[in-house]
Ligand binder design. Structure first.
Ligand code: ARG
Length: 269
């Protein structure tokens, strides 16, 4: 018998995909010559926002800026815990201007924003577990940024090395289920990092490469509901077997940019 999981309402920050496109290639998913259906993308994104609201979550949004096609991936713009906003410094020059617009939003909402010196991509690589931060490195966010984040946030930061270019951000290989457990794809990590995850989460829900390639790890869980790509059918079933409730939301157009549900969602804590 699986336990009854308890949902906690969340506050999300998002950015409408009004100017979404694949215009450059900064990860293996992006092929600028493959067209994106912008209307379909907008419809898919609106379905995600509706699903959040229907499940009792608060959604706020940043105004999209022309010429910043990846700005829809709100997760990458900051990492917020306990009202402390650790801003981003993007690896790709194409994305660097996004930070200014998100920082402006945070300032308007009454937050101070910490500007990092080292490359760091917000919740793409920094994941709050409820007790500490799991932090990815290898492709984008640097070890130096992990140190800066720990110093600024005053929470332990545990570094994990990503090794597969398809899973270039931590949030493409791992997501948090609740205060006690996570779901991840072990082969996306170095041997030592896999061992760390095994020690921290001996009962984790483990995903396959197929689940990961279907963006199944780029999910958002509120403690009970898991907003997950319908393409990750096997993982959704696996999670249901653990007592979580899969809520399928298709963001296939965004997969063409290497992003999914979690990438489009930043949580303000
Ligand atoms: N095209 C974007 C990039 O490569 C996608 C970002 C996806 N975001 C995420 N949180 N994984 O930067």
């Amino acid at each position: 018998m699986s336990e009854t999981r308890v949902q906690r309402p969340r506050r999300f920050l998002v950015c409408e995909p009004r100017h979404f496109a694949v215009q450059y290639a900064i990860n293996p998913w992006m092929q600028p010559d493959r067209p994106v259906d912008v209307d379909l993308a907008r419809g898919q994104w609106q379905t995600l926002i509706r699903a959040y609201r229907t499940h009792g979550h608060t959604v706020e949004s940043v105004e999209p800026v022309p010429g910043l096609p990846d700005m829809v991936f709100a997760a990458n713009a900051a990492f917020v815990v306990g009202g402390r906003v650790f801003g981003s410094l993007f690896h790709a020059p194409e994305r660097r201007p996004e930070s200014l617009h998100y920082d402006t939003w945070f300032k308007g909402a009454g937050y101070d924003v910490y500007r990092p010196e080292a490359v760091t991509e917000g919740e793409g690589d920094l994941v709050w577990t409820g007790r500490y931060v799991l932090a990815g490195t290898g492709f984008r966010t640097t070890r130096e940024a992990h140190r800066e984040a720990q110093e600024f946030l005053g929470h332990p930061v545990i570094g994990l090395t990503l090794v597969d270019p398809y899973f270039y951000h931590l949030d493409t290989a791992l997501f948090v289920l609740d205060d006690d457990n996570i779901c991840y794809y072990p082969e996306a990590f170095s041997a030592g990092s896999r061992e760390v995850l095994r020690r921290l989460y001996p009962d984790a829900v483990l995903a396959t490469r197929e689940d990961a390639m279907a963006f199944g790890l780029n999910s958002v869980c509120d403690g009970r509901n898991v907003f997950i790509a319908p393409q990750a059918e096997a993982l959704a079933e696996n999670l249901a077997g653990h007592g979580y409730v899969p809520v399928p939301v298709d963001l296939s157009e965004f997969h063409k940019a290497g992003g999914g549900i979690k990438c489009c969602t930043q949580e303000i804590r």
